[in-house]
Design a binder for this molecule. Structure first.
Ligand SMILES: Cc1cc2nc3c(=O)[nH]c(=O)nc-3n(C[C@H](O)[C@H](O)[C@H](O)COP(=O)(O)OP(=O)(O)OC[C@H]3O[C@@H](n4cnc5c(N)ncnc54)[C@H](O)[C@@H]3O)c2cc1C
Length: 313
């Protein structure tokens, strides 16, 4: 219920403005968002690369209301890919299909994905289409299949273990040649499409992970769940899979202790780095994942500037 309310709140302009103007709440936001400008995003990227991480850059935004906005979003990604190429940053991009106009003009969206894929390939990096909520899954999966068939081998997407359909999608997209990011899923989905119990989501995650370790193309395991990370390491070792042939992915600002430990132990770790002005929906999904975050944030939101400020959660 809490998750459902928060996901619905992600569209609230009033709450977004209140968050923007509250100094303390801004500090909570800064834990998850690397800044608002391209320069701030790139500065955070360079710092993480210096620590041994690779990256996937997310210029936050979703559900644009015109193709001009979609084109503007693509233009920011072009700028990022130019920096990635010239600076040799080990950084792919993560894009939401609705940010590129999937719901307005599917053909126009496919053209923008193709254009970004070509530029990303020139820089030697990968494009991941983030997976949004369930009505968009089939069109996103089809878009990846279509991109692969058009020769854009560097286009993949996220798949969400909470969806009943995902085991089938994993096979379908692997057959198409796509490298996939496996995550649990961040939206409030109904029972007829998604597992509701954590135990079922985790079991499905491990089954999908084992399939990807056995058959996938450079699988990307996106989770901060230490039990899943340990189980994936064990399965990979049992299958004789080299550490360089798969990677773990974690979100900027979350479980940085685990991120560092993975790098130290010689695993590939990619940080998902979000930045940009349209951070509110991304931020509310992070709050929804952890009730403790919500409590801290609510306190910060109502606190007077200059009042008590404890460390971010
Ligand atoms: C790189 C990456 C890309 C993703 N892309 C997508 C996508 O395209 N589509 C999609 O639907 N979802 C995406 N997600 C989100 C994902 O689906 C989950 O909602 C999120 O990762 C939480 O699940 P978990 O696997 O970390 O496990 P959980 O069991 O939720 O968390 C495990 C532990 O991680 C820590 N943790 C998790 N979340 C938070 C948080 N918000 N704040 C503080 N600590 C936290 C806590 O210590 C928690 O105990 C992505 C996640 C990652 C890491």
């Amino acid at each position: 219920m809490l998750r459902w309310l928060l996901i619905r709140a992600s569209g609230s302009d009033g709450l977004a403005d209140l968050t923007r103007t509250s100094g303390l709440a801004g500090r909570v936001v800064a834990r998850y968002i690397a800044g608002e400008s391209v320069d701030e995003g790139l500065a955070a990227a360079r710092a993480l690369v210096a620590e041994g991480a690779t990256l996937t850059l997310d210029h936050v935004g979703e559900f644009v209301s015109s193709m001009q906005q979609a084109e503007a979003a693509a233009e920011v990604y072009r700028t990022l890919l130019e920096h990635v190429g010239t600076e040799g940053l080990p950084a792919g991009i993560s894009v939401k299909p609705t940010q590129l106009g999937l719901l307005l003009d599917p053909e126009g969206c496919a053209r923008l994905v193709g254009d970004l894929a070509t530029r990303a390939a020139a820089a030697g990096v990968h494009v991941t289409l983030d997976m949004e909520d369930h009505p968009l899954v089939e069109t996103t999966v089809s878009l990846v299949e279509r991109s692969q068939a058009a020769g854009h081998g560097n286009v993949g997407c996220a798949v969400q273990s909470y969806l009943h359909r995902t085991a089938e999608d994993v096979r379908r997209l692997t057959a198409a040649g796509a490298s996939l990011r496996l995550c649990k899923g961040a939206y409030a989905e109904p029972e007829h499409v998604a597992f509701q119990r954590k135990v079922d989501v985790d079991r499905a995650y491990l089954e999908d992970a084992r399939y990807l370790l056995a058959h996938g193309h450079e699988p990307r395991f996106a989770t901060h769940d230490h039990r899943l990370v340990a189980a994936i390491k064990r399965s990979a070792a049992q299958l004789g899979r080299d550490r360089s042939s798969y990677e773990f992915q974690m979100l900027y600002g979350i479980r940085t202790d685990m991120q560092k430990a993975l790098i130290t132990d010689g695993y590939r770790l990619r940080v998902y780095l979000p930045f940009g002005t349209e951070w509110f929906p991304y931020f509310t999904r992070r709050l929804a994942e952890r009730p403790a975050n919500l409590l801290f944030f609510a306190r910060a939101l109502v606190a007077r500037p200059g009042g008590d400020s404890t460390a971010a959660p």
